[in-house]
Design a protein around this ligand. Structure first.
Ligand code: ADP
Ligand code: ADP
Length: 228
């Protein structure tokens, strides 16, 4: 469902972030992306959610050649991909409910549908009873749960998560991982960049290691494999 064929990404300043990456990620896989800072992990993920386009090579997501997508089709493809960041990126002036509902309002879903679906995902992430709180009234782990609820509310086929536990303490991180595992179990493909060796070595999944813009390792039920 995600396929990259000889993907190169060179930024305008001349940095070669990816140098000939080819990979296939099947429907319903859970993939950890590991590797040093600056290796190209974020770029790899930005290509999937079409924040960036490749300089060379082909990338398809759910059969759409997303490097060559017509502008009017971009919102449709993006809606099918949920994104989660290390720093949550919630809208600070909106409640947890409003942060999640917003993703449905932009696609002009009926109000009744918005309410039902928003409460459904807030319940799934364990925050139904905190729906009215602003992000500043939630712990870091709770804010990340809201961000995950927002990412899944449109029922995407893929979740891309860039160090989703990077700002959280170990215990809170495990709760977030259980949630992502549950979402994966329910049928969503997950691609997650991480520096958390405990998580990678305990919750075994496919591991793709990227160094200097190339895939240097790709193992099923792999391990973290770095000392940092
Ligand atoms: P990682 O996520 O593994 O830390 P990135 O994909 O963020 O790696 O970065 C890969 C390389 O591309 C790094 O050298 C980084 O400095 C560079 N880079 C990332 N984004 C940009 C950008 N917008 N413009 C120029 N260089 C960038
Ligand atoms: P964590 O252990 O994840 O850092 P906190 O100690 O920050 O959690 O928060 C513990 C509980 O208190 C959470 O349920 C959170 O929702 C609640 N809480 C934290 N800050 C506020 C606040 N400013 N207003 C209301 N509730 C809060």
């Amino acid at each position: 469902m995600i396929e990259m064929q000889d993907i190169w990404k060179t930024y305008p300043n001349g940095t070669h972030a990816l140098k000939g990456v080819s990979v296939k990620i099947d429907r319903n896989e859970f993939v950890y992306l590991v590797g040093p800072s600056g290796a190209g992990k974020s770029t790899f993920m930005k290509l999937i959610y079409r924040e960036e386009v490749p300089t060379k090579g082909q990338i398809s997501v759910n059969g759409f050649n997303i490097g060559k997508l017509k502008a009017r089709k971009i919102p449709y493809v993006r809606r099918n991909i949920g994104v989660v960041f290390q720093d949550f990126r919630l809208l600070p002036k909106l409640s947890a409910y409003e942060n999640v509902a917003f993703a449905l309002e932009v696609i002009e879903a009926p109000k009744k549908v918005i309410k039902k679906r928003t409460m459904e995902v807030l319940e799934l992430v364990g925050l139904k009873n905190k729906a009215n709180r602003d992000p500043s009234q939630l712990s870091g782990g709770e804010q990340q749960r809201v961000a995950i609820a927002r990412a899944i509310v449109n029922n995407p086929s893929v979740i891309v998560a860039d160090e989703p536990t990077g700002n959280l303490d170990p215990e809170t991180s495990w709760g977030i991982m259980q949630l992502l595992d549950e979402i994966n179990f329910r049928g969503t493909t997950i691609v997650m960049a991480t520096h958390n060796r405990d998580i990678v070595n305990t919750m075994r999944k496919r591991v793709i290691a990227i160094e200097h813009g190339n895939i240097v390792r790709d193992q099923q039920r792999g391990e973290y494999g770095y000392e940092f």
